[in-house]
Ligand binder design. Structure first.
Ligand code: C2E
Ligand code: CA
Ligand code: CA
Ligand code: CA
Length: 279
């Protein structure tokens, strides 16, 4: 088994270890896995730094193996992207995530929202708008309950085509978050062209917030500029109280990280949501 820092679910079994260098063979496993829907969504809460409430949860994809191990998305998403399989997989993620969120809203957390990661490839098949609309409709979830997370690198690619689709989606009521913010080259003003409402500050800046003065100044600048543009800020990768307190002092809106919870299966998160529910 291989450990990837603290993300200890990055285990492979031996058979997969042997083929992990061989993308063709891994692809041969991925294709039927998608067809047979062998994937599982985990969910991680995001917490309002003002109220302490869980306002939104992020859906994160996992690939369970027959031996009980889990393969993390960093390993198979790039392969799903390069093979085009990401369109089917991404569609399934959207559907499952919307259904889960709608269920949670019906069982009491009535304002809960859900964030879904998108790959840039999903904007290229021309059907994303319909896919999103169908997922919402099937689940009975209002568009305002859905946030789509896009990475910054995205915004460099096929700009006009992507902007057009994002505009249509935000007119439907969906919100757009820019993921891993700070790692790319886009400036904040530029993000307005993509109808972004939320910035997720990359974990690499949050991890070193309390030890690196330069990172603290950077995070402070991002939060202040975002606020002046009317954008909400999410800090990802909060693991301890000192980091949390610093982010509260800097005026960050929302936090996500192991401090509250790792990504966990839906039934576990349901319990967490029930516990957090206002009485
Ligand atoms: P991401 O969207 O930036 O997701 C955040 C990653 O940080 C997740 O890794 C999460 O488990 C991890 N994380 C959260 N809090 C903490 C913390 O406090 N400390 C540490 N060390 N890590 C934390 P994960 O689940 O392995 O996902 C990796 C990436 O895979 C995601 O990065 C996202 O880019 C991609 N991904 C996951 N699910 C999907 C999906 O359904 N579709 C697409 N296109 N990409 C996905
Ligand atoms: Ca994300
Ligand atoms: Ca991120
Ligand atoms: Ca990331």
């Amino acid at each position: 088994a291989k450990q990837d820092g603290r993300n200890t679910y990055h285990y492979y079994d031996e058979s997969l270890d042997k083929v992990s260098d061989d993308k063709f063979k891994l692809l041969q496993l991925l294709r039927p896995a998608i067809k047979e829907k062998q994937f599982k969504l985990y969910y991680q809460p995001m917490v309002s730094l003002n109220t302490g409430e869980i306002t939104i949860i992020e859906a994160l994809l996992r690939w369970p193996q027959p031996n009980g191990n889990m393969i993390g998305p960093d390993l198979f998403i790039p392969l799903a992207e390069s093979s085009g399989l990401i369109n089917d997989l991404g569609k399934w993620v959207l559907q499952q995530a919307c259904i889960y969120c709608a269920e949670q809203r019906r069982s009491g957390t009535s304002n809960l929202r859900i964030a879904v990661n998108l790959s840039v490839i999903q904007f290229k098949d021309g059907n994303l708008y319909n896919t999103v609309e169908a997922a919402l409709h099937t689940a009975g979830l209002p568009p305002a309950a859905l946030e789509l997370e896009l990475t910054e690198s995205f915004l460099m690619d096929e700009r006009e085509q992507i902007q057009k689709q994002l505009k249509a989606l935000s007119e439907l009521g969906i919100t757009i978050a820019i993921d891993d913010f700070g790692t790319g080259y886009s400036n904040l003003g530029y993000l307005r062209n993509f109808n972004a409402t939320t910035l997720k500050i990359d974990r690499s800046f949050i991890t070193s917030l309390c030890s690196d003065e330069h990172d603290e100044q950077l995070v402070k600048a991002i939060i202040n500029m975002a606020a002046s543009l009317g954008l909400k800020t999410v800090a990802e990768g909060i693991e301890d109280e000192a980091t949390l307190n610093k982010l509260i002092a800097l005026g960050c809106d929302i936090g996500q990280g192991y401090y509250w919870s790792k990504p966990i299966p839906g039934d576990g998160l349901s319990e967490l949501l029930r516990m957090h529910q206002p009485q």
